[in-house]
Write a protein that binds this ligand. Structure first.
Ligand code: FEO
Length: 440
């Protein structure tokens, strides 16, 4: 993400409304006053407390400033850490908590909104962006008990030192009554940790899916508004977090579809009150069929590899195959991850550094192998100066993907006439591969 694309909050000097955009507008869209100026607002973490449905409240936080998650994939729109308060006629539960650095604001938000008693803290997942505030909550609400499965219990005991006596381990399908509301726990291991579970609130027909179906995204209103920005954030999130578990993601997408829930409450990003929006996207992303797309990550020290990638891309496009060229050094890894959701073929380009592939290309090959995209085919192109093994390590890293390999091309220095002929052949081979699975 570059700063030039970053959106800011602008406050109208006349009516005080806030507008989110890259640049300040000329005319205020609300008061329509032309004689205004706009004051840039610094975004900061913002707590929310909003009723979602019949005594179910959102009590999470927007973290506008977060630029990267897992120290891996850049975040274009920050993220949110969602927590839900469920008030039954007899008991009150909190479902998922907060990222530890935000604990103080989180507790203040609960206090400001008169949450005086909590009976249950439901931990759907042990990762600390959701479980991190459990110790502080237990201190604030000493009668509360953590309801969770055995795997989360082990994780929060070891990662957060939650005392065993404060945890009640529940089983798959078990129900806990809050009076006029019932929590039903559904174990969902693998989306994305072995400990993950969902909590279904029966009477309201809503499901809390923790990380599953989430997005690193911030919002003013908690309900999702369909837009390209949200779709891409959800796709970027899926690519990094759920794609390695595509078959399980597919299974749970179908399960939730079959449940016909009224709302999906994930632990990042907005609440889906039109569940089909996110479920249909997941149905597409998790399907077995790739799209007619070749993803081409490359790193090039003296432009020879770039020349080969550009040439091959042009030839593929001429054959009706879409390509996505990705400069490994300059481009955003999240864009690469997203493109891998759909790609049928990966062509990786690399220069030689010393006697092996450029380390940046090794990183991308490793990332691709752990993200486990549904791609079927691959090839490699690259250039070297004085010798070495350009492709062995890359091929070894990509091996777990079991890709059908199209003859790679390694060139000394700049590509020459013969090399361009070989690139023509490579384009033809990729075309035939795509044809064999009905993509062209
Ligand atoms: Fe958002 Fe797996 O934590």
């Amino acid at each position: 993400m570059t700063d030039s694309k970053e959106k800011h909050l602008w406050e109208c000097s006349v009516c005080g409304c806030l507008i989110e955009d890259i640049e300040a507008p000329y005319i205020c869209p609300l008061c329509e006053n032309e004689n205004v100026f706009f004051i840039k607002q610094e975004k900061e973490e913002k707590m929310k407390f909003q009723e979602i449905k019949n005594n179910i409240f959102y009590c999470g936080l927007n973290d506008y400033g977060r630029k990267i998650f897992d120290e891996l994939i850049p975040l274009e729109h920050g993220t949110s850490y969602n927590s839900y308060l469920v008030k039954g006629s007899e008991k009150t539960a909190i479902i998922d908590t907060m990222y530890p650095p935000m604990t103080e604001k989180y507790l203040k938000n609960l206090a400001d909104n008169n949450v005086e008693n909590v009976d249950y803290i439901v931990a759907n997942h042990g990762e600390q962006d959701h479980s991190g505030s459990i110790p502080a909550l237990l201190e604030k609400y000493p009668n509360a008990v953590v309801l969770t499965n055995s795997k989360v219990a082990e994780n929060i005991k070891s990662m957060l030192l939650v005392p065993e006596e404060k945890i009640r381990v529940i089983a798959d399908g078990e129900e806990v009554s809050l009076g006029d509301k019932t929590l039903k726990f559904i174990l969902a291991p693998g989306v994305h940790w072995p400990d993950t579970m969902f909590t279904y609130i029966k009477e309201d027909n809503v499901i809390c899916t923790c990380d599953f179906l989430g997005a690193h995204y911030t919002f003013d209103d908690v309900f999702a508004v369909e837009c390209k920005e949200l779709e891409l954030s959800a796709k970027r999130y899926y690519a990094e977090i759920m794609m390695p578990f595509r078959m399980l993601s597919k299974k749970y997408t179908q399960m939730i579809k079959d449940m016909n829930v009224d709302m999906i409450l994930p632990s990042h990003g907005p609440v889906h009150n039109i569940p089909d929006y996110i479920l249909d996207l997941y149905t597409d992303w998790t399907s077995d069929a790739p799209k007619n797309l070749v993803v081409m990550p490359y790193v090039s020290m003296y432009q020879s590899t770039t020349e080969m990638i550009d040439y091959l891309s042009e030839k593929l496009e001429a054959k009706g195959i879409k390509t996505f060229k990705f400069d490994i050094v300059d481009d955003d890894l999240g864009d690469l991850a997203m493109s891998l959701v759909d790609a049928a073929t990966i062509v990786l380009g690399t220069s030689m550094v010393l006697a092996g592939p450029h380390p940046a290309s090794v990183n991308v090959a490793y990332l691709a192998s752990v993200l486990r995209p549904k791609a079927k085919f691959a090839s490699l192109v690259g250039s070297y100066g004085w010798g070495g093994k350009l492709f062995d390590l890359i091929a070894q890293l990509l091996a777990p993907l079991k890709l059908d390999l199209v003859e790679p091309l390694q060139v000394k220095g700049k590509p020459k006439e013969d090399d361009f002929k070989k690139l023509d052949e490579m384009a033809e081979s990729i075309f035939e591969k795509h044809k064999s699975i009905g993509l062209v």
